[in-house]
Design a binder for this molecule. Structure first.
Ligand SMILES: C[S@@+](CC[C@H](N)C(=O)[O-])C[C@H]1O[C@@H](n2cnc3c(N)ncnc32)[C@H](O)[C@@H]1O
Length: 205
């Protein structure tokens, strides 16, 4: 994402955060505990939504502009969060095999350069029985809106830091060797008055 993009990301998302995303984050992250690793942590929006009881929190983010904002937000978090920032993509996570209790991915699987490789990394670092908590916007099931998503993605990607509108992330998570134990499909009222489908759920290694 460009410097411009990282700087204005929070403002761009503000309406959706207030309307529903903030609530979804609270609900999802209440399930986090133990050693937690977040991929694509962005500007650190999730920091205000984690429970106070984590053993550790590794915040991974590959974009330099985002990392600067993430460090700043982590320093200002109140109460302080026991987090460490790593400049790393989902495809190359800074953690040992089977060492993490919970991986968090919110609005990231649409953007990672290599979805299969990122999920393989998530699988690698999670302990057996460890959980992936996800909140992602995904491809439409209905053929006409899906065709629109496919057509719009090459253009949208350019302006939205690589974000793809047409990824079937729920299906790809299941195919990556996880057991999806909950998956709630919700309408995500989005930009330009378009409703994007979103999935919120848990997958177990
Ligand atoms: C739409 S933002 C979401 C930020 C944050 N997770 C949230 O919930 O607001 C997508 C994030 O994914 C990051 N990203 C891009 N490529 C990535 C990759 N290969 N691996 C991990 N994160 C990536 C971007 O830099 C950006 O911070």
């Amino acid at each position: 994402m460009s410097w411009w993009g990282s700087r204005y990301y929070d403002g761009f998302m503000e309406g959706a955060e207030r309307a529903y995303l903030g609530r979804w984050r609270d609900e999802l992250l209440a399930q986090a505990g133990g050693d937690v690793l977040e991929i694509g942590a962005g500007t650190g929006v999730n920091l205000n939504h984690y429970p106070g009881s984590l053993a550790s929190l590794a915040l991974c983010e590959p974009d330099e502009g985002m990392v600067a904002l993430l460090r700043q937000r982590l320093g200002e978090s109140d109460p302080p969060v026991p987090g460490r920032v790593f400049e790393a993509p989902g495809e190359r996570l800074p953690a040992e095999d089977s060492s993490i209790d919970v991986v968090v991915s919110t609005l990231v699987l649409c953007t990672v350069a290599d979805l299969d490789a990122s999920l393989a990394e998530v699988h690698r670092v999670l302990k057996p029985g460890g959980r992936l908590l996800f909140m992602e916007h995904v491809a439409e099931h209905r053929p006409v809106p899906y065709a629109f998503q496919r057509m719009a993605t090459p253009f949208w990607k350019r302006f939205a830091g690589g974000c793809c509108l047409d990824r079937k992330s729920g299906e790809v998570i299941a195919a990556a060797g996880f057991e999806v134990t909950s998956l709630d499909r919700r309408p995500m009222k989005g930009f330009f008055d378009i409703t994007w489908p979103a999935i919120v759920g848990v997958a177990v290694r």
